[in-house]
Design a protein around this ligand. Structure first.
Ligand code: FAD
Length: 507
């Protein structure tokens, strides 16, 4: 069997694996990425979806991280203005918790240390006159309003994979890396197709272990390194309830336990509330919200909202596991959010100095691009330099319009398909940006879009996702490449599954 040969083999199709694969292929390395499930099926679709500096990390003196993350906000917004947008955060002053001067000082730093150019600065709100005060209890009379950004996390992953593939990378989903060993100065990587069980062997000069919460498991399993214990798994859960307020800003609430939670406008009709921080030692693929977390989130939000949130108000929940670098911090919420990259090269025998492995620990969605640049520095160190730094000014697929020009770009798209519903165009433009042309093509009426699966999902979109975004199952479409799972009926989902099964067989 002829073996595939790559410069770089990436394990893991989360944001870090896809970000590194994209950067590497763009610099001229040959790259293959294997993801054992769907792209973004791990932690990268379970985040709070903020591109943020992380106001609370200032309390842990993580100035380097906060500064880098703040700077990344406007860079990522410009790279992908369809899936990233500015969001204003309302931080109510709570008597008995952090004093107002401390909040103001933190926000002053936040406004000034991160090269902010386009996002507006902090202002103080009188909650009795500002509309954002209305949904809250009247005792909250003062708040601060500051800027960060919101991102469709799972689509950020898919767009990085798409761009990597457009530049020549091989992206394989439902493909598990089962064995990695050094052989004749390079790596021999065995992968298993999860649908058929078929094994493939590839060789690579360098392997990137970007398996997120599974990073130690990949080391102990595929690499056979029994001593790997580097990652601290910290679970975080969210609840989704029907829309609680009418404006488009989000709340950040301080809790008595020194933590914070967010209440964010979500998918037009909903409010997203999260998150929690709990050490976790189970299987990261089987994580779900606990009763205690539900109670915690309902109580924490009800401390502020005039209308309390009850468990019965919850329409959906999700949970993920943060793969944090284990820095020995006592509390989960205090463990560093910095990323750590460890380059390990063979030290003895014929493989000395060759066949390097790069392990990725920690990181944030927000800092994935910088993490990838740092990873590329290590890759260059190990296997030699090819191209230059390039991702800072490169649009992600569909994001080739000005960050501040979303409305104009959307109007232009809507004018191209005047007979299609504006709400459909708007939803699609938020997902695909200018690549909406590849989804809708020359459709003139809704009939030209093929089967209607309900909730605004048509065959044309499903076809695009299957051909260009590695969608295979209904959940790939409904929960990662969109959030239509919140709206679609069970019957429609069954129709979609059947359609995708038939379509994959006929392709
Ligand atoms: P993952 O996304 O988990 O990707 C790893 C992938 O590796 C998985 O898809 C897995 O299937 C695959 N894999 C594992 N083993 C193998 C194998 N043997 N073969 C092939 N594939 C394999 N960050 C922010 O910037 N903003 C936020 O608002 C934010 N909120 C968060 C809230 C919560 C509750 C959590 C949990 C995290 C949050 N984060 C946030 C952090 C962020 O989500 C993570 O740091 C990031 O998603 C980690 O990405 P990753 O690529 O390292 O891991």
């Amino acid at each position: 069997m002829p073996q595939e040969q790559y410069d770089v083999f990436v394990i893991g199709g989360g944001i870090n694996g896809c970000g590194i694969a994209r950067d590497a292929v763009g610099r001229g390395y040959s790259v293959c990425l294997a993801e054992m499930n769907d792209l973004a099926s791990g932690t990268s679709s379970w985040s709070t979806k903020l591109v943020h500096g992380g106001l609370r990390y200032l309390e842990y003196y993580e100035f380097r991280l906060v500064r880098e993350a703040l700077t990344e906000r406007e860079i990522l917004w410009q790279n992908a203005p369809h899936i990233i947008r500015p969001l204003r955060f309302i931080l109510p002053y709570h008597k008995g918790l952090r004093p107002a001067w401390m909040l103001r000082l933190g926000l002053f730093l936040y406004d000034h240390i991160g090269g902010r150019k386009l996002l507006p600065t902090t202002r103080t709100l009188d909650m009795h006159s500002d509309t954002s005060g209305k949904p809250l209890k009247p005792l909250f009379s003062k708040a601060f309003e500051y800027s960060d950004c919101w991102v469709d996390d799972a689509r950020l992953v898919v767009l990085n994979a798409r761009d990597a593939a457009d530049r020549g990378a091989i992206i394989r989903t439902r493909t598990e890396v089962t064995d990695v060993r050094r052989e004749n100065g390079s790596w021999r990587v065995t992968t298993k197709d999860r649908a058929t069980g078929a094994e493939t062997i590839a060789t690579a000069q360098l392997v990137v272990n970007a398996a997120g919460p599974w990073v130690d498991k990949v080391l102990t399993g595929a690499f056979g390194d029994n001593n790997a214990r580097n990652v601290r798994l910290v679970k975080g859960s969210h609840i989704v309830v029907n829309r609680m307020f009418d404006h488009d800003r989000c709340y950040i609430f301080q809790n008595a336990d020194n933590r914070i939670i967010f209440a964010i406008p979500y998918e037009k009709d909903f409010t997203l509330v999260g998150t929690t921080d709990q050490d976790f030692d189970g299987d990261p693929g089987e994580v779900e919200i606990s009763e205690a977390e539900v109670t915690y989130l309902c109580n924490a939000a009800s401390e502020y909202f005039a209308e309390p949130i009850h468990e019965t108000d919850i329409v959906w929940t999700y949970s993920g596991v943060r793969p944090l670098y284990d820095d020995g911090a006592s509390k989960a919420q205090e463990a560093t959010r910095e990323y750590v990259l460890e380059l390990d090269q063979a030290t003895g025998g014929t493989d000395a100095g060759r066949a390097a492995i790069l392990n990725v620990y920690g990181g944030k969605i927000t800092t994935y691009r910088k993490l990838a640049e740092a990873a590329l520095e290590k890759i260059e160190e190990a296997i030699g330099k090819r191209g230059a730094v390039w991702t800072r000014t490169a649009s992600l697929p569909g994001g080739d319009f000005p960050a501040t020009g979303f409305d104009e770009a959307l109007d232009k798209a809507a004018a191209t398909w005047p007979n299609l519903d504006r709400a459909l165009i708007e939803r699609l433009f938020h997902l695909y940006g200018t690549r909406i042309h590849d989804v809708l093509k020359d459709a003139e009426t809704p009939d030209d879009l093929g089967t209607d699966f309900g909730a605004g999902l048509f065959e044309a979109e499903v076809r695009y996702q299957m051909r260009h975004e590695w969608a295979i199952e209904a959940d790939d479409v409904l929960w990662r490449r969109s959030k239509l799972g919140l709206r679609i009926s069970e019957d429609d989902k069954a129709r979609l599954s059947e359609h995708m099964r038939a379509a994959s067989q006929s392709d």
